[in-house]
Design a binder for this molecule. Structure first.
Ligand SMILES: [Zn+2]
Length: 55
């Protein structure tokens, strides 16, 4: 029997302007990972730190 993977769709939210710019799926089988990613923010037109934001 295949193992059911616990995945959840989350937003990547800009830490500077709180814009939700990216959508991604993460594995929540062992808790929500603390991810901080440098992503391009379209509204600010620069790279900022984006954090996971659950619904
Ligand atoms: Zn931003």
């Amino acid at each position: 029997m295949a193992k059911k993977s616990k995945r959840e769709y989350v937003w990547l939210e800009c830490s500077e302007c709180s814009g939700r710019n990216y959508r991604t799926s993460i594995s929540v089988a062992e808790g929500v990972p603390k991810l901080e990613l440098k992503k391009f923010c379209r509204s600010e037109r620069k790279h900022t730190v984006h954090k996971i934001r659950r619904k």
